[in-house]
Design a protein around this ligand. Structure first.
Ligand SMILES: Nc1nc2c(c(=O)[nH]1)N[C@H]1C(S)=C(S)[C@@H](COP(=O)(O)OP(=O)(O)OC[C@H]3O[C@@H](n4cnc5c(N)ncnc54)[C@H](O)[C@@H]3O)O[C@H]1N2
Ligand code: MOO
Length: 407
């Protein structure tokens, strides 16, 4: 029996998993999920240092002529300290002498003689000193279990001298389709046949989301053939298949799964499109059977499949987050079931896709987000608030946008 959207999301978000991990070099770690806590073992900066090329001084000497008694470069292990009315020439990044209370940028001094300078500008106590630990404190948690590693997290690792990191293994996903009418995109087709667009779509999507993915072919519309493909894939973490879930005379996936000790977790979701979605498990392999209709299949994957992938990746972020915006024009829909509406968010408003039929293939190519409308919604007035779920976060535009003004 079909269950509510909320119940389906809860089932997927609460699946229990034993994830495997591996140790990899940090250069290879982008988009991987961290399987260990990383605690800072050294403060950054490691020592008080100069933020400018200039002179280290004692603040109370700021109005006096100062004698230059030494020069310190970044990386020097210099232990000279300042005396009254002296200064030390210092480079950006160099450790400051212990009793320094201000750095004077080179541009702000006047050279009086070879070893004498005078300060021309106002000085603030402690100016241009970068203090130990102001960036990272030793003992501070830098990365948590389940955090996604990106360039910025890799910065943290490298700055601590960490060369290798424990990450969860990429989930192994197997994709296949069923349907006698389907041919692969590199095959010749006849007039009564269509190209299998779902499998390459899902293959690409799970790969984009950080999984290892294998395509194992197409099942004929027979229980035996579907069983054969499933049995071949039980080393995977997840099988994603599409088609064959409805009530037609050639829809056999449910029967095939049931002959293989399938534990049904979801059999239908009260959503449009994509109601006939099946999710369950054989041994340790999850199976997500999406509807055959291409848009239905892709949208259900965007809403539910992505949560599942976040779980399988080991991410600690499994709940879809939204952006609040407004709808670009009046919008009418049929109430009665929660509906996934694809469209485009241009940074200001959400534009509903004009075409939305579940059997279409062309729609998502022009969309970057979804809204999920409650079953009671029949009409949204222009500028009504909507919550969008982004499909893609890389946010660029074909037109030049003014992101510099704050109006
Ligand atoms: N009597 C009823 N008929 C249907 C119902 C229903 O409740 N009662 N539900 C409809 C809904 S909603 C959906 S969704 C589909 C789901 O059907 P299946 O998952 O069994 O999918 P198929 O019948 O195999 O195919 C549906 C449609 O999609 C095309 N398709 C299938 N696989 C692919 C693929 N890999 N690439 C591209 N296109 C694909 C297929 O040719 C069909 O046109 O059932 C409705 N019927
Ligand atoms: O719900 Mo079906 O998935 O519309 O085409």
């Amino acid at each position: 029996m079909a269950i509510s959207v909320d119940a389906a999301i809860d089932i997927i978000s609460n699946i229990k998993l034993k994830l495997k991990f591996e140790i990899i070099a940090i250069e290879e770690a982008q988009n991987r999920i961290c399987a260990q806590e990383v605690i800072a073992t050294s403060s950054l900066p490691k020592f008080d240092n100069s933020a400018m090329d200039g002179y280290a001084i004692i603040y109370s000497d700021k109005n006096n002529e100062l004698e230059v008694i030494d020069t310190i470069f970044a990386g020097d292990d210099n232990h000279t300290i300042l005396k009254e009315n002296t200064c030390i020439k210092i480079m950006t990044g160099a450790r400051v002498p212990k009793n320094t209370t201000a750095i004077i940028p080179k541009e702000d001094i006047q050279t009086i003689s070879d070893k004498k300078i005078k300060i021309l500008e106002n000085v603030k106590e402690f100016q241009h000193i970068r203090f130990i630990g102001e960036d990272i404190r030793s003992g501070e948690k830098l990365i948590d279990i389940g955090d996604e590693l990106n360039f910025a997290k890799i910065t943290l690792l490298a700055s601590q001298g960490i060369s290798h990191i424990k990450v969860y293994k990429k989930p192994k996903i197997v994709v296949f389709s069923s349907g006698e009418e389907l041919k692969l995109h590199y095959e010749k087709i006849q007039d009564h046949q269509i190209y299998n667009s779902n499998t390459p779509t899902l293959f690409a999507r799970v790969k984009e989301l950080g999984c290892d993915v294998t395509f194992i072919g197409q099942a004929k519309d027979t229980i035996e053939d579907i069983k054969r493909l499933v049995l071949n894939s039980l080393d995977a973490d997840l099988i994603v298949t599409s088609g064959g879930v409805s009530v037609g005379d050639a829809d056999f996936t449910r029967d095939a799964f049931n002959e293989l000790d399938f534990e049904t977790l979801i059999d239908g979701i009260m959503i449009k499109p994509g109601k006939p979605t099946i999710f369950g498990k054989i041994d340790n392999t999850f199976i997500l059977n999406l509807p055959g209709n291409p848009l239905a299949s892709a949208l259900i994957f965007e809403l539910f499949g992505k949560i599942l992938i976040q779980k399988l990746l080991g991410s600690n972020e499994v709940h879809p987050a939204y952006i609040e915006t407004k709808i670009s024009e009046d919008f009418k829909t049929r109430k009665g079931r929660i509906t996934i509406i694809p469209g485009t968010f241009n940074g200001v408003s959400f534009y509903v896709s004009k075409k939305r039929s579940p059997g279409m293939v062309s729609i998502l190519a022009d969309c970057n987000s979804l809204i999920i409308l409650d079953e009671s919604v029949e009409y949204l007035k222009k500028d009504s608030k909507v919550k969008i779920l982004p499909i893609n976060w890389k946010f660029f535009s074909k037109e030049k946008k003014d992101f510099l003004s704050n109006e």
